[in-house]
Design a binder for this molecule. Sequence first.
Ligand code: NAP
Ligand code: G4F
Length: 322
Amino acid sequence: MARRALIIGITGQDGSYLAELLLELGYDVVGMVRRSSTVNFERIAHIQDRLTLVPGDLLDEASIVEVLRSHRPEEVYNLGAQSFVQTSWGQPVLTGEVTALGVTRVLDAIRMTDPEIRFYQASSSEMFGKVQQVPQTEATPFYPRSPYGVAKVYGHWITVNYRESYGLHASSGILFNHESPRRGLEFVTRKVTHGAARVALGLVDHVSLGNLDAQRDWGYAADFVWVMWRMLQQDQPGDYVVATGETHSVAELCELAFSAAGLDWRDHVRIDPRFIRPAEVDLLVGDPAKAERELGWERTLDFAGLVETMVKADLAALEAQR
Ligand code: NAP
Ligand code: G4F
């Protein structure tokens, strides 16, 4: 009989890639989706007829219990979150409810319905914030710099705590930034690739950005979902840094993206203080040695290839709309 997995956050960037992967691996895939006034299934429309979509919300524990009782998954991937760092200053309490306490609601639902379920928590390199070590490893102390980062630290430690308190097979993937043509338009990579494509097509003449000096360890989202699955196939649960080991600045991102669209970024990027954050994470770069050794982690696309892929996808999509 096919194994069954539940993805919380299936409508997001990572949820859509993970759903594709699990279907390829022969799983029955159940996706928990929250109610909205218009459906937002764009990222999973191409596989929707192969998925079981069920209502539920990280703010509502009874709905999570109901999903677990009715669908009996063997694996649960919690990718659901208020995931945009900038929004977390404007909505700190909501961010805490969803991104922090939401994790406890899922873990408690698992503990009460079926403690044999294997659990994945989407932790984040934002937990390192004002970094205490370069590169960052599983042993680097956390110093979050936003309400989102603080909420993710809570989600990480409650996962560790339920593992240690109740013996759950609960793993935490400390994932560094990962991007794709399916990335939300508000995140800087997609904002820049989409912006460069719009400038190239004459739709706008510039993109407004904040801090161009921030550095991130950016990888390709489709590579990262494989490693989530690998964590749940291990005999023992654990915590894993997943990263490329390279860091690049927002300015380098702009240079590559505009050049892929045949443009010079200096002519089309403006600084707008609205996009400067109250507290910044200046530099992230991860050491993925443990994930390489224990999970066989490797990336398939380097940073330049990723940016070029995203620009081409944005150009093609915009041209198709004309
Ligand atoms: P994303 O595109 O923003 O997707 C977030 C998902 O969470 C969406 O499906 C969203 O549903 C869902 N969600 C939001 N609030 C919810 C609620 N109250 N109840 C149930 N579901 C809710 O994020 P992503 O980039 O795929 O990231 C996936 C996870 O990894 C997130 O937890 C993120 O914080 C974490 N992470 C991401 C990265 C990265 O670089 N992408 C790195 C480290 C960690 P709607 O579609 O209805 O909004
Ligand atoms: O693309 P970003 O918004 O991603 P950020 O803040 O690193 O968070 C993402 O990665 C985390 C993993 O480390 C995830 F946990 C989180 O859910 C999310 O997926 O911003 C990247 C950098 C920041 O330093 C920001 O200040 O780009 C800088 N930036 C400069 N101008 C901008 C802009 N970011 C955005 N979103 N928009 C700008 O105009």
